[in-house]
Design a binder for this molecule. Sequence first.
Ligand SMILES: [Zn+2]
Length: 266
Amino acid sequence: MIPRLISQSFLGADSDAVLAAIEAGIAGLGGGGSHVAQQLAHVGVGGFVPVDDDAIEEKNLNRLVGGTAEDVKARRAKTAIAERVIKGVNPDARVTPCRMKWQNAIAALRGCDVIFGCVDSYGERAELERFARRFLIPYIDIGMDVHETANGFSISGQAVLSSPGGPCLWCLGILTDERIRQEAGRYGKAGSRPQVVWANGVLASLAVGLFVQLVCPWHDAPQMTACCEFDGNRHRVETNRLDHAGLIRCPHFDAGELGDAFYNRG
Ligand SMILES: [Zn+2]
């Protein structure tokens, strides 16, 4: 019998317990969200609310982590695939799969300690961030774009940590009225079967890193706001640590706009 090693982590003596107590919401289980779910399971997060209303299709196999050809035949829900991946790593994980649009899963999501936004459109990301702020939940957003350029294509994206009270996606210029109007899909010109698994992996890894530094900081103080920009053509990430974040007064959210909207009325 192999003796069980005493857990000693660079994340701190109590990190196992902290991570096991976390409830993580993941809105969108495509190329980005499926990566996030897998990594959080390996890191030791205990509770999951994976949300997506879709079933896997053949065209997703090039980027949906954990998806198999058998899942495509069975038209398995992406939430069921995420649950299998998570429980394959940690059979004791608490998983509340929500096969629905995230707007219909708010009862489950508002109990989360963190929400990962892995959705396609800017409009949805704006709504998700607003929802997270209302319930004072840190929001971690990943987004990617593939644009056609004169020389070929350009892959870019970002992972952003937005905390209540700090600069938001609007402050950081990720959300703009024009982007929301255009409602450009995440993969823009990449075609219907974009092979973007590595770029998604970079962004998902950055998102999980921002989360771990937030809850189990292994250096410095927890970082409440961060914007990591990925240049997929040069294979480079530039991280704006936003050391001046405390000086930015976010004008986009009203401090009174908190809690359940229906209780606040009248
Ligand atoms: Zn703002």
